[in-house]
Write a protein that binds this ligand. Sequence first.
Ligand code: F6R
Length: 606
Amino acid sequence: MCGIVGLVGEIVVSDLIEGLEKLEYRGYDSAGVAFLRDSSLCVEKNKGRVASLKEKLSELLNERITLGIAHTRWATHGEPNDINAHPHTDCQSKLCVVHNGIIENFKELKKRLEEVGHRFGSDTDTEVIPHLIEEYYTTDLVEAVRKAVKLLEGSFAIAVIHVDHPDIIVGTRKGSPLILTVGNGVAGIASDVTPLLKYSKDMVFLEDGDIFCVSKGGFEVFDVVGRKKERKPTHIDWTYETAQKSGYKHYMLKEIFEEPSCVAATLSGRIKSAKVHLPEIEELQDLLASSKTLKVVACGTSSYAALSFKYFLENLSDVCVDVEVSSEFRYKRPNFDENTVLVAVSQSGETADTLESVRLAKSKGAKVLAITNVVGSTLMRESDHTLLLNAGPEISVAATKSYVTQLVLLYLLGLKIVELRDQWNERCTKLIDSLLRLPEVLDATLSRTEHIKEVALKYKDFQHFMYIGRGLGYPTALEGALKLKEISYIHATAYPAGELKHGPIALLGPEFPVFAIAPFDALYAKMKNNMIECKARKAKLVVLTSDDCEDVREIADDVLSVNSFSEQLYPVLMAPVIQLFAYYIADALGHDPDKPKNLAKSVTVE
Ligand code: F6R
């Protein structure tokens, strides 16, 4: 996965760099820019992060230009080095291309192009694109791109500039996101909205097959046979400021601290007269009221939010919630039909396996409800209905505020389903009250950050960690282990506590600490037995509990605690604790938690 940005209008070189900085979460093994200067193409690129490209361009950063494209890469074809970095040019260095995605038939295309005299310099799949466009180019760049695109197989978002056309960017998309905006004196395209918010909040979400031509005054969209297409902008409420670090050392830390306000935004307008108000799913009401089973697909952290939803809803109603990771679901025999509702949970709305699961479900007539954070994402566009997280842009690769808001939104959905099935009771009314208090109680959790940091630092040198939990504590344990391993690179595994003695307990000892999710809830007594078993193996024990738990200090080496609250809502209250614990360890070990190695924010390939 890669990030691309293109700007045309009254800009300077550093505007392109700033745009890339916003997209670095999408890939950061090499970066490059191309812009027109004195009617010639200027290309700079290098292995490594955007910061080194910025340094290389330091003399030119304030240079006025009218047009440029830029790229931050996550290598798929060709190792990350200066040559394979984008942009790529044609034989005559007259046109330049940035690309996100994979050209599956690049070998055949390259062979054909070489046979007719094109010379290639890199090992990338991307380089066939500028050469193909060169092959078709006479005077009309849109026409040349259109003809070239017809031959490409795979997924792509592409932006092209040409020395003969100093005021337009042309490009296309299929399977990879691309957004376009025309602002005041500047128009742009990018892989997500964050680099564009500075210019306008009205975004055009391009669709598969769209071929665009954008200038500072406007844009046109065509289909692959050259017919004009109407594309209307969508207004985005996100502000440019929310996409900045605002004084925090990392986006991850900032995004954890945004959780109370994000939860308030997720709840906003969705609780009325002590009932859940979700007009977006009105058409699904009959199915949600009658289906025996609800299917849920997601990946990674989103799948742990989905698992919490399963525990939550099955506890309150008679519906069976079937949660599967999308990469498994999409290859299974579909045992559902038009009476099924599939809930697809994805922060980015661009995760390839989740999108394929949605397509499979739709092909069998199922109704798809998307839970996403990104307006205009592919998931939103392909689903029948969408509930938006309203968490604002999440830049850090590690999901934090999106996880917390997914939990809250899924709980709201759960309560709605309980109501539709006539299973509402006093507990549900109490939960509504607790949900409304969440922002304030989350603030209280965050006020304990110093203590969480202190405890985290004591454990930074361990090589392994075992997370355990029961009931709703189990998905929290899974998420805790994922957060720790993905940003600190410490091996962490998670089990339902009752499974320990079926194998994993053999691992425990002084070198293998345990992180127990053990609020003082209905399962605490069982958890206590498991924690005693761990201590008997001389494992160090960190316990994440609630303030009303009095005896835990007798067993634990370290205690982290949250306010006593509704049992079902502990996953939300405890999320910042497991996130901060992982964050401070990663930071102390010198790792950049915003850009963990080998990971990218949206997994748009299988
Ligand atoms: C972990 C993380 C990933 C994502 C997963 C799904 O911190 O961010 O595990 O949760 O890649 O991404 P979305 O939710 O965008 O589909």
